[in-house]
Design a binder for this molecule. Sequence first.
Ligand code: NCD
Length: 310
Amino acid sequence: MGLKGRDVISIRDLAREEIDELLAAARRMIPYAEGRKRGHALEDQILVLAFFEPSTRTRLSFDTAMQRLGGRCVTIADPGSSSIRKGESLSDTVRMLSAYGDAIVLRHPNEGAARLAATVSDRPVINAGDGAGQHPTQTLLDLATMQEAFGTLSGLKVVLLGDLRFGRTVHSLAHALALFGSQMVLVSPPQLRLPEEVREQLDHAGAKVEEEEQLHRALRDADVLYVTRMQRERFGDDLEFARIADSYRVDTNVLAAAKSRLIVLHPLPRTVEIAPEVDGTPHAAYFRQASLAVPVRMALLSLILTGKAP
Ligand code: NCD
């Protein structure tokens, strides 16, 4: 059906062939993303960035992606500065926003907010994170990083470590990994296990998923270690947060048992879960991952707004 005009709310909205098409387009975008080639594909297009939760990478990389292709952005970066603060409903806000630009990128603290926005918007809506729900565009750049490192996405063994309960990036990523036939090993504090609903969807999709308590056991033969931050802002209970706050941490000691080609990914921001000493090792791929946000989002915006990617 093509990606032109489509909403991207959950990674499950994309078929495997569409993800392949996006990743191939993202590879072609790298010289444009790095400023070595000039792009004009999105001239005259305006993207609305509506961010009702903090963001650094996601918002700025969407903005850069748009500008690298000649387009422009209008932005709500601080919820306190919009009329939501005056009591306006999300539906009313989104209805207006869809008149101000050609597509909307929405980040919101409520799960389901992006789906709701898509029902009232005349323009495509891209979910940049809805509470503990989904973050599909992060998944695309996670996949792009793995593909760059290994040349393929099939047959990888991926360890998902950390806050699997509230971490929306892993909810999206797990579905994509299932689609590509990767093997997943889940490692988390017991209070932060992957939600039952996500687990059932994965089982239903025939995904190869196991849980492991010991990180060093999970790391055996692993190709990718995907680490997430504890999502403190989604914790109701500060005491419970404090109890498990330091329960996992990746350092060079932990990685000593890993394959030499293992890559460590993290959607960032990191807090304490990856020791800075890992940054200088060949395992660290999280900064490369963050930089691939630009070509990946350029590819996505081109395909959604024009139906093609240069
Ligand atoms: C993630 C998010 O917002 O879900 N950040 C990002 O977009 N790179 C991860 C996080 O906040 O922990």
